[in-house]
Design a protein around this ligand. Structure first.
Ligand code: 13P
Ligand code: SF4
Length: 303
């Protein structure tokens, strides 16, 4: 640990705070985090928090979900510009329109959504549990948003009708992956296992050995007898894997697949966040109250 990291750990203890980090955070942030995980694991962790202050090193929707689950706690984000562009692709207006057009459909939303959209959902899901969530519902028709590729992945594993909303919701990072990249790396590393995130295009998903959330990838690398893994998600997932399993060889599918909003959090900003108790993420009471039902319904399935 460097000096700044030590100062942050001390400050965190003085403030009785906890630091949560998404798997895409840089190594120096992972090292000071109390917990790192995928979106579902972070949600579950957030539902068990006992400390009054949480510093969330992730994007806006993750910090908002932590606030929805913990209205009485102070949820801080070190850089308030850390917004997930995909979450902003589904507007409340578009969701309400889709609901009017499909009154018999259940609404399943990816956690990567704005709180006001969450408030309109029957249940949330993440990439780790999307199929399980959809299968748990009695409705045969599902409005699913905002990620069209995750919607496609779910449609391959259920007989239910999956209607993507909006029509082209996507993650700009996972859009960078191509089938050519996978084929090239497979040639260079013939024994490598190909792990692909379901936010990737269907053509890329079809070349995967396994389609997994980032937490699922981490578990798979630990369990697999293989040494080499082609990792089809944000580039720092390989950093996270290497930290956990130094003897394994995670190979990024594309080194430039960087989620810029996630990388806005730096050690000096985390320190400032703790010192000044900034920036507070607060979902308005009425929205949070309605959104909480959809989050908790998802968490009940994961219990
Ligand atoms: P998971 O970590 O839940 O797989 O999600 C990846 C992602 O893109 C988060 O926004
Ligand atoms: Fe959003 Fe994509 Fe970044 Fe995940 S990787 S936070 S979906 S932009």
């Amino acid at each position: 640990m460097n000096q700044l990291q030590k100062e942050i750990i001390k400050l965190k203890e003085d403030k009785n705070a906890i630091i949560l980090a998404h798997n895409y955070q840089k190594k120096e942030i992972q090292e000071i985090a109390d917990f790192s995980g995928d979106s579902l694991e972070l949600c579950i962790e957030a539902s068990k928090i006992h400390k009054p202050i949480v510093v969330f090193c992730g994007v806006d929707f993750m910090a908002e979900t932590a606030n929805i689950l913990n209205p009485d706690k102070k949820i801080l984000i070190p850089d308030k510009e850390a917004e997930c562009p995909m979450a902003h692709m589904l507007t409340l207006k578009e969701l309400k329109k889709a609901k009017r057009e499909h009154p018999d459909a259940a609404v399943v939303l990816y956690v990567n959504t704005l709180a006001e959209a969450k408030a309109e959902a029957d249940i949330l899901c993440t990439s780790a549990n999307a199929v399980q969530v959809v299968e748990s519902l009695k409705e045969d028709k599902i409005l699913f948003g905002p990620d069209k590729n995750l919607a496609w992945y779910v449609s391959q594993h259920t007989d239910k009708e999956i209607i993507p909303v909006p029509e082209d919701g996507h993650c700009y990072v996972h859009k960078m992956f191509t089938t050519e990249q996978v084929k090239k790396l497979k040639k260079e590393h013939p024994n490598a296992e190909v792990l692909i995130h379901p936010e990737c295009d269907p053509e890329v998903q079809k070349l995967a050995d396994r389609i997994l959330s980032t937490g699922g990838m981490l578990r798979r690398v630990g369990e697999s007898p293989n040494q080499d893994f082609i990792i089809g998600t944000e580039v720092d997932m390989t950093t996270r894997i290497k930290m956990e399993f130094p003897d394994k060889n995670p190979i990024p599918l594309f080194k430039e697949a960087i989620c810029e909003p996630m990388k806005l959090h730096t050690l000096p900003k985390v320190k400032k966040s703790l010192l000044n108790e900034e920036y507070v993420v607060k979902v308005p009471y009425n929205i949070a109250k309605r959104a909480r039902k959809a989050v908790e319904r998802m968490l009940e399935l994961s219990a």
